[in-house]
Design a protein around this ligand. Sequence first.
Ligand code: CMC
Length: 385
Amino acid sequence: TGMFTFDPGYGSTANCKSEISFVDGKKGELVYYGHPIEELVEKYKFVDVIKLLIGNGYIFPTKEESDQFERELVRRSYIHEGLRKIIDAFPDGAHPMANLSSSVSALSTFYYDHIDMEYEAEYQTMARRIIAKTPTLAAFAYRSSVGSPFVYPDADRGYVENFLYMLRAYPHGKLKEEISPIEVSALDTIFMLHADHGQNASTATVRNVASTGVHPYAALSAGLSALWGKAHGGANESVMDQLEMIGDVKNVDRYIAKAKDKNDSFRLMGFGHRVYKSYDPRARILRKLKDDLDQKGVKMNQRLVEIAEKIEEVATQDEYFLSRSLYPNVDFYSGIILTALKIPKSMFTPIFAIGRMPGWCGQVLELLQEPNVKITRPRQMYVGK
Ligand code: CMC
């Protein structure tokens, strides 16, 4: 091939330098700006992680600062009425991810004048604005997909609670049941675990698109499209479909055999990872969170929990999975938890997106801090005439 290496899927090519997150695939460790994910989940909130990722590793020293930042985000969660009308025009039955990537792209039309490559501060505002509005756009996307009237943000609520509120409240703004701190904290953890993860497909997409000098919301919209696929962020939804399809613990062995069969395209969803060759630390935290919620009396779908546990038990002792280092990944248990939180399945991937948005924004900010941004331009191996 001459001057370059053939590396489909870029399994061994680094396209950038980054300080943001590090995935140790051998040890099964994940850090954001040097902070292990376990420490962040234990001591901090998602809003703190947002600041960490878009603030060059800044960690709030006091609760007051963190609260103030959260209030700023919630204050920015309202969207322009024109954008609401665009979302309203999407047909019922559409997938919320299609709606969400379109509305984030459309947001670049509402903030077009404000962009100037020279001013870093503008980008900081752009990042806060999109992170603030993504839960609103995601909740609106869901309501549009089921043909329900929108519920506007409630600025008296916290960032995560406000999202649940917009998703659940009746059109007149009342809730059937108040949102519980247990639910808020569980969703907060899920968001934190999804916030950044090296050059995964969607982050690499955001960087690639941003490298051309385009409006950052256009790059983020491309990231949302990349995330939607079932090999990536769409896996959480596919895991639930698969658990339903397996239907009963007694069928697990049969499906494991299918997953191992090289003549069958069936794969165990929520298993395997390009970088982790050991247990995904995010999956470990989620497995424990599932047990904690169960103990706290949050109603689980026991049948699906049993199937998932059985899959894990069988697969993690099976030669096929062991020799290929295939373990549960972040998507394996997240769907079960989200179902217990009464979140509709079509919202699993949008929830991943809300979690990943600060990581994408941090990566764009990092890219733009480079003096000479190199446009992404891989080579190809020409095999034609
Ligand atoms: N079930 C059965 N076999 C599998 C699976 C699976 N889930 N994942 C990988 N393999 C096998 C694959 O067939 C191959 O076998 P062989 O060496 O005999 O050809 C070997 O393991 C290596 O797989 P690969 O496809 O070359 O690995 P990759 O790094 O290109 O793909 C992956 C990684 C995550 C796309 C893949 O493991 C997969 O499709 N998993 C299921 C989908 C999923 O759970 N995705 C979520 C990923 S984590 C969060 C996120 O990014 O959203």
